[in-house]
Design a protein around this ligand. Structure first.
Ligand SMILES: Nc1ncnc2c1ncn2[C@@H]1O[C@H](COP(=O)(O)OP(=O)(O)OP(=O)(O)O)[C@@H](O)[C@H]1O
Length: 253
């Protein structure tokens, strides 16, 4: 099977800081891959390099056969990427369903204004409802986001990404800020969305949930890839334990 996403020798520098240092990894179709590592490891930078927010100084990123390197963010989204970010910022003046319908419209249009004009289209509202069902909040379709707790807003953010009908969904710390019950429920929803066929890269600090739902882990530390493999074996790896304990390999062993 060919990988859906390939990152090859990606290097991203910010002035003197090398945030990503010659990192390569692949994501297979249908996989739920955890991209983990301690604070400052480079996870968000890697995600942004895939989506095109950061332009790597070296290396390349491909989606299927297609090289993404010269494409704009918009073109990468049209090619099949969707990113759900840490900050949840719905439009508070319109209901939950229309927030998702806007995203569905944006997949077909080139500007937010055109997407707004599109929002009353039945097809997009239907796509929105399906996306809300997939993340378990279809019952809240007519509610205002203003009154919803963070757990619901996170699902809304995921529904907006799913409404783009991506080939690859990138989730940046979706469980951050949730209590353990909410985090475990949202992790289960992520696993369900994956089981229905969505390929996902999950950046997450909640290692318990990552271990529970991911099929494979890629671990970054100081911008370098230090491990890539099945969750249990990867977390038992001496280099990974040392990275999480602050570099004291003996203490980690
Ligand atoms: N726009 C930027 N300008 C300068 N340095 C940056 C920028 N973005 C990230 N960095 C640096 O790059 C390194 C990697 O940061 P990044 O946010 O990718 O790590 P992370 O693994 O996502 O961390 P966290 O888990 O804390 O969110 C850090 O040293 C960070 O300070």
């Amino acid at each position: 099977m060919e990988p859906l996403l390939s990152a090859r020798n990606v290097t991203v520098r910010f002035g003197g800081v090398t945030a990503i240092d010659d990192v390569s990894f692949e994501v297979m179709p249908g996989e739920l891959l955890g991209l983990i590592g301690p604070n400052g490891a480079g996870k968000t930078t890697m995600m942004r390099a895939i989506v095109g927010i950061h332009r790597p100084q070296k290396g390349s990123v491909s989606l299927g056969e297609r090289r993404l390197d010269s494409l704009s963010i918009d073109a990468r989204i049209r090619a099949g990427l969707a990113l759900s970010q840490q900050l949840v910022k719905p439009f508070r003046e319109i209901d939950v369903r229309d927030n998702v319908a806007l995203a569905a419209g944006a997949a077909k249009t080139r500007t937010p204004l055109q997407a707004l004009v599109h929002v009353d289209r039945r097809a997009e509202r239907q796509v929105a409802l399906e996306a809300l069902e997939r993340v378990g909040i279809a019952r809240l379709a007519a509610q205002s986001p203003r009154t919803q707790p963070l757990g619901v807003l996170k699902r809304l953010e995921m529904a907006r990404a799913l409404a783009l009908k991506p080939r690859l969904l990138l989730l940046d710390e979706p469980l951050a800020g949730l209590n353990s019950k909410e985090a475990s429920e949202l992790a289960q929803t992520i696993a369900d969305v994956n089981r229905q066929g969505m390929t996902i890269i999950l950046i997450e600090h909640n290692l318990g949930e990552v271990m529970r739902i991911c099929q494979r882990l890629v671990v970054l530390d100081n911008g370098r890839k230090i491990a890539d493999g099945p969750p249990q074996a990867t977390m038992n790896d001496a280099a990974v334990r040392a990275a999480y304990l602050g570099g004291d390999a003996d203490a980690a062993a």
